[in-house]
Design a protein around this ligand. Structure first.
Ligand SMILES: Cc1ncc(COP(=O)(O)O)c(C=O)c1O
Length: 419
């Protein structure tokens, strides 16, 4: 590649952008159910864009110095802590804003490590994080960067954390336990109260990965769904990651990491609040320095416009889509949906080769989103129009029949992955 020696007109560049976008499977409207883009509905999408544009060039590294941006960030974080039940007699939660689940997890791992140095003298580096196999890969990254070891423990036959096995994996150098609420891929919740009891018995930091659930589970609960406690109501929970850019329906990049108390949040800053520098005190919310004020503004605007009743309405509508998807998918071939606590609709067949099913969906323009162990395809319910659901189910019907007849293979999937 060679850097372009001459610039081109915006109209030519724009035409290229439009063509690129058309070629990107994930951004096509067909894929509203197949990728984790989480736009909410059209009106929320528009509000997000408008708010984002108003703060387009703003830099949230300065949020604390800017009255407007600072206030929006404080409110987004305060509202998040409130939703996660971080304001109670035994919890006075504090939160930081980050660019995404991975950064929130990175920060929680860092805080736990610094806490362990001060509070777990018998644990020796490399410290260990014990988590179910289904925990997100972002923990492996965070651990690698920060010199910790991950111990992944096989899940039970229900694909949820095997709590007894987690406890058995705890050793002298374990400092942190992780549970997902829910995990990515299957949408299943780990039993946070039971994992909390293990954390208490061994004096460990418990992080709950609520990247998917943070702005979904509180509303499912309010709608009467039977959700076991997953947040600061569980006394052992020290930190929670919750993504605004997932079911908060905010613009990317936007996530939060919350701590049970100011005291625990202080560990977030150990070693990374720099005061020995020619430019003065440098204390950022997370790992990154400059970051878009626009995503703070978009998150604030979406939360302000929706409020609790707006989120309840969106959640209700997405659940209705999920119900239609489950019925429609289970009416095709022998597909069965894995029941779960999220808006994911993971399905598989016991008789069809699922790689061929992926291939057929890719051929029809869908993004191949799913899991390998065990193999599932997982659409995610969004508040979309019936026509989107009908067209997905129609395509899936064709795919099922084609795979059974042997006319659809995994070739399209292989080609997609190889490109
Ligand atoms: C449960 C869970 N944790 C963490 C992450 C990582 O989040 P991000 O992609 O925003 O960094 C994801 C992303 O899908 C997730 O589902």
């Amino acid at each position: 590649m060679k850097f372009p020696d001459k610039g081109r007109t915006w109209s030519k560049v724009e035409a290229d952008l439009d063509a690129f976008r058309l070629s990107d499977v994930a951004s096509s409207p067909t894929n509203r159910l197949m990728t984790a883009i989480h736009m909410g509905d059209d009106s929320i999408h528009e509000i997000c864009q408008r708010a984002y544009n108003k703060y387009f060039h703003s830099n949230a590294v300065l949020a604390e110095l800017e009255p407007g941006l600072g206030r929006m960030q404080e409110e987004v974080l305060g509202w998040t802590v409130d939703l996660l039940n971080g304001n109670s007699t035994d919890s006075e939660g504090r939160a930081n804003m980050t660019s995404g689940g991975s950064e929130s997890i990175f920060c929680a791992v860092h805080a736990a490590r610094e806490w362990a140095k001060a509070n777990l003298p018998s644990a020796k580096p490399p410290y260990r994080i014990v988590m179910p196999k289904t925990g997100h890969a972002a923990f492996d990254k965070a651990a690698h960067y920060q010199g910790l070891e991950i111990v992944r423990v096989p899940v039970g036959s229900d694909l949820r954390a095997d709590v007894a096995a987690l406890e058995a994996a705890v050793t002298r150098d374990t400092i942190m336990l992780v549970g997902s609420a829910p995990c990515w891929g299957f949408g299943l919740m780990d039993a946070i109260p039971e994992i909390g009891a293990v954390a208490e018995r061994h004096g460990l930091w418990l992080h709950v990965d609520c990247c998917v659930g943070g702005f979904l589970l509180p509303f499912l609960e309010r709608l009467g769904h039977d959700i076991a406690p997953f947040d600061f109501r569980v006394p052992a929970v020290c930190s929670i990651s919750a993504d605004l850019h997932k079911h908060g329906y905010a613009a990317k990049p936007a996530s939060t990491v919350s701590y049970r108390s100011q005291e625990l949040q202080d560990y977030h800053y150990v070693g990374v609040a720099i005061d020995d520098w020619q430019s003065g005190m440098y204390k950022t919310h997370g790992v990154v320095g400059s970051r878009p004020g626009s995503s703070v503004a978009a998150a604030w605007a979406v939360m302000s416009v929706l409020g609790e009743d707006g989120y309840l309405d969106l959640t209700r509508r997405a659940l209705a889509v999920k119900t239609r998807l489950v019925a429609g998918i289970e009416a095709v071939e022998d597909f069965r949906v894995l029941a779960n606590e999220s808006l994911l609709v993971p399905f598989r067949s016991e008789t069809l080769d699922m790689l061929n099913v992926f291939g057929g969906l890719v051929e029809r323009g869908y993004f191949p989103w799913g899991t390998f162990e065990p193999i599932y395809v997982h659409p995610s319910a969004e508040p979309v129009d019936d026509v989107v659901i009908d067209s997905f189910l129609g395509d899936l019907g064709e795919v099922g029949a084609g795979v059974r007849a042997g006319t659809i293979t995994a070739q399209a999937l292989a080609t997609y992955i190889a490109h």
